[in-house]
Write a protein that binds this ligand. Structure first.
Ligand SMILES: Nc1ncnc2c1ncn2[C@@H]1O[C@H](COP(=O)(O)OP(=O)(O)O)[C@@H](O)[C@H]1O
Ligand SMILES: [Mg+2]
Length: 267
């Protein structure tokens, strides 16, 4: 990971699903730049196109218009790794097997693979569960496996789509704090999607706000808390004020989305 320099440049991206009367415009003129080693959180109402944008950046989908550039260091084997909301791990593989899987196509020696798997199992506190199967784990543990599997690749870019959304509130806080500490120790460019404003402010260097569908970036806040950052900043007046400001910006968009839905139902 030496000399790693990874950035994402999204210019005027649009995405239209389907055709004719069933056509859905998911994204419209999205512009967003994420710099090297920057942690950007993206918030927006449900259905505004956040996952669509992430899949386009991960090259799992094509935009209908516009341009996405993902620039990574020359030695990157895989430019990006993705963590999805729904514990996307293999049920027939053990915890260690799931984590190892991400490394198999990278041409590493068995010793290197073993070392890396051990390191990331340890960092995500999964060592004692290495031989367990996902069905034997709680939701929080399963999502730790998904995160370990993405981290072990040591790609320059990490894309996370509401990775903690399915967890209960307490577990979510634990994993947020773990991610905060993990990320502060490494060089990684991150796009993290959430609809939780508190999570976005805690984790992000920047928080970009998307409009209701068709999604576009309507605000972009620099988060004034430095690094390393402690979870205790949540208790500060500055944090609360920022959360309120973000909510006021987002609230209108959530409302716009509801109106669109109700108009369609009436029509
Ligand atoms: N494969 C698809 N085909 C058709 N419509 C889709 C597809 N994926 C998403 N959509 C629609 O595009 C819009 C944006 O979806 P999505 O990107 O999942 O939003 P978000 O992640 O912000 O909730 C939604 O209206 C959704 O129903
Ligand atoms: Mg989504």
């Amino acid at each position: 990971m030496t000399d790693a320099s990874a950035r994402i440049s999204i210019q005027n991206v649009g995405k239209i699903y389907g055709a004719g009367r069933k056509q859905v415009e998911a994204l419209k003129s999205v512009d967003l730049d994420i710099k090297d080693n920057e942690f950007v959180c993206l918030v927006g109402p449900s259905g505004c196109g956040k996952s669509t944008l992430l899949r386009i950046i991960a090259d799992l989908q094509r935009p209908s218009s516009g341009d996405v550039q993902v620039v990574t260091s020359a030695e990157a084997v895989r430019p990006s790794a993705v963590v999805f909301q729904d514990y996307s791990i293999y049920p027939w593989k053990t915890v260690a097997g799931n984590v190892r899987f991400g490394l198999l196509s990278q041409g590493l020696s068995k010793a290197e693979i073993d070392d890396r798997v051990k390191l990331w199992l340890d960092k995500l506190r999964l060592t004692a569960f290495a031989d367990h199967y996902p069905s034997q784990l709680s939701g929080g543990m399963r999502q730790r496996v998904a995160i370990a599997r993405a981290m072990v690749v040591e790609s320059d870019i990490l894309l996370m789509d509401e990775p903690f959304a399915a967890l209960d509130a307490q577990l979510r806080r634990v994993l947020q704090e773990e991610l905060l500490n993990l990320w502060q120790d490494m060089h990684r460019t991150v796009l993290f999607i959430t609809h939780n404003l508190d999570e976005a402010i805690l984790l992000g260097d920047r928080v970009a706000v998307m409009s209701g569908r068709p999604g576009r970036i309507i605000a972009d806040y620099d988060i004034p808390f430095g690094r390393p950052r402690q979870a205790e900043i949540r208790g500060s007046a500055e944090f609360a004020a920022l959360e309120q400001e973000l909510w006021l910006r987002l609230r209108d968009e959530v409302h716009v989305g509801d109106e669109t839905v109700s108009q369609k139902v009436v029509a």
